[in-house]
Ligand binder design. Structure first.
Ligand SMILES: NC(=O)c1ccc[n+]([C@@H]2O[C@H](COP(=O)([O-])OP(=O)(O)OC[C@H]3O[C@@H](n4cnc5c(N)ncnc54)[C@H](OP(=O)(O)O)[C@@H]3O)[C@@H](O)[C@H]2O)c1
Length: 300
């Protein structure tokens, strides 16, 4: 079978990095990565339609996985225009180029499209109501993509993403746990962590399915916890004992952007469409800690 010429944008981000790991050595793909110095196209401005067109043409791309996003949730409150440039305009650029070339596209979105006031896991057809600039731009990006590319698009909404790369909650808790005697972490926001490696594998599952199944899907790891529970688990699994982690309310840590109190995504549609199981969050956390050099105890 002929290899799929795939373009991974933002290949240096958390998900982008894991897409590289997932595709590494996979003969089914011939991958072009952007934003990776020395291993692909060093820089591609995905708001520049001519530049995107050139890369797509030169590499005979037939599938795009967009891992670029403006993910600075608080900064977006002060600069929604910049967030929209990446989360909406750039998605429109990719989608227009994709439409012209008959290319399929996978895009990633967020639990922040919901208001977080629910108490049962969000399915894909539940009403959206973003409460932050980031959430609004990500929702607009979803709509831009679907309006432009229709059934050639797949959108995976995810939440609480972490990996060994870049900045994320797991790495922050490891650093703070080793440097601070005590720490407060909110217990009134609940959700499901997502290991970026699992999300990348889910994307590979979706794009290698025998049929193309377009539309919106939810994907996170299995299980539901608060950030406080997550912090405790990270420290225990990593063998960090010198930091006293205490629960607190969100109003003790006022942030610019509103965070959803309840952001559990229902993954039933993804699992039934693609016939896969989803790893439990503790198993994926354990693997990530091992990658980061923290030997973990299987009984944690
Ligand atoms: N992180 C989360 O907790 C979370 C939760 C829910 C959904 N998501 C969604 O999941 C997806 C992946 O998130 P992530 O955590 O992997 O994001 P990330 O680590 O912040 O990576 C984003 C990527 O976008 C690139 N980028 C940023 N500004 C750019 C620009 N002006 N031009 C070109 N590239 C630019 C970054 O490049 P540099 O490396 O050069 O900065 C990076 O490669 C995103 O769609 C995000 O909205 C994330």
């Amino acid at each position: 079978m002929k290899a799929i010429n795939i373009l991974i944008t933002g290949a240096n981000g958390q998900l982008g990095h894991e897409m590289r790991n997932a595709l590494n050595g996979d003969q089914r793909f011939n991958a072009t990565y952007t934003d990776v110095a020395g291993d692909g196209i060093a820089m591609l401005d995905i708001t520049d339609e001519a530049a995107v067109e050139q890369v797509v043409t030169a590499n005979a791309i037939t599938l795009i996985v967009n891992c670029v996003a403006y993910t600075a949730v608080d900064a977006a409150e002060d600069d929604e225009a910049t967030a929209a440039r990446l989360n909406v305009e750039a998605v429109g650029v990719l989608a227009r180029v994709a439409r012209r070339h008959g290319i399929k596209m996978v895009h990633v979105s967020t639990d922040y499209v919901f208001d977080g006031k629910g108490c049962i896991p969000y399915t894909e057809d539940m009403p959206v109501n973003p409460q932050s600039a980031y959430g609004r731009t990500k929702l607009d990006g979803e709509r831009r993509l679907l309006d432009t590319l229709g059934d050639q698009a797949i959108i995976l909404r995810t939440a609480w993403l972490y990996s060994p790369y870049g900045k994320n909650f797991v790495k922050t808790m490891l650093t703070l746990g080793q440097s601070k005697p005590a720490l407060k972490v909110v217990f009134d926001q609940v959700g499901s962590p997502t290991c970026a490696r699992d999300l990348a594998r889910a994307i590979v599952t979706a794009i290698t399915a025998s049929e193309w199944h377009p539309g919106i899907y939810h994907y996170s790891n299995e299980g539901v916890i608060s950030w406080y529970d997550f912090a405790i688990a990270i420290h225990r699994m990593a063998g960090i004992t010198g930091c006293d982690v205490q629960p607190c309310h969100s109003d003790e840590f006022p942030a610019k952007a509103h965070r959803p109190a309840y952001s559990v995504l229902d993954k039933t549609k993804f699992k039934s469409t693609f016939g896969v199981t989803v790893p439990y969050w503790q198993d994926s956390l354990r693997e990530t800690l091992l990658t980061l050099g923290f030997p973990t105890n299987k009984n944690d």
